[in-house]
Ligand binder design. Sequence first.
Ligand code: CP
Length: 304
Amino acid sequence: MRHLMSPLDFSVEELDKLLDLANDIEKYPDKYAHVCDGKRIATLFYEPSTRTRLSFEAAMMNLGGKVLGFSSASSSSAAKGESVADTIRMASCYADIAAIRHPKEGAPLVASMVSSIPVINAGDGGHQHPTQTLTDLLTIRSLKGRLDHLVIGLCGDLKFGRTVHSLIEALSRYAGVYFVLISPEELRVPSYITEGMRQDNIPYKEVERLEDAIPELDLLYMTRVQKERFFNEEDYVRMKDFYILDKVKMELAGPDMLVLHPLPRVNEIAVEVDSDPRAVYFKQVQYGVYVRMALILTLLELEV
Ligand code: CP
């Protein structure tokens, strides 16, 4: 039985296969409409979510399966003190696979160690968000045609943004990828990640001004400042509007530069950018459903 805790749990070859399957699902959805008849997914969300929870539920329903779960810790027996380990033991009796989001880093891993069903990390604190990364990889590969030889700008809260941490790990395995890490000093990528990049000879630079970086990018991955991870409101307020991507900045970008964002967006992308054909963050959401369908099939070892 396999779980998914980090994008590195899949080899590059396995990832390619998963993304191929997602593209096939996109093309021929009817072929997959009953593969999960009689199966259930438990979505155990101890933290707020719109996309991840709903896309897992939509993915299972598109495959013919059913969904159950909770959307906040306060509406589950976690509020009475039940542990994550005991909760997954319960879910193992009710469902065939589970997706867990938790504010504590490593909580889905703890669940996977006692679970008798596959567990998917749907975001753990500021650590990892592997299914967002699968979504990002599918979006990039589908729209750019490749995952290698790309100049990738990651902009915003690179300290607490778990989607950024997972995406760097995943894309570092492809040849010719160059990272431009765009953040204020206080929100830089954690040093354990940049140290790993240096050890593995992954080329990157850290800059503060988006305007200076944008002309050289193939892809700009915007992120929001993660309010929920700040220790005090004052620091958040000081940082929250540090970057705002607007039409003027988009004029500095190349004609093929794509703008991605894991969403939710707050202020960091002006609404006026939404109509720019290079803005693909809403298409990205749709790719998230296809790739989660492919992931469910892969972890449940179901074939068409
Ligand atoms: N991208 C993402 O994780 O969004 P949600 O927090 O709405 O699930």
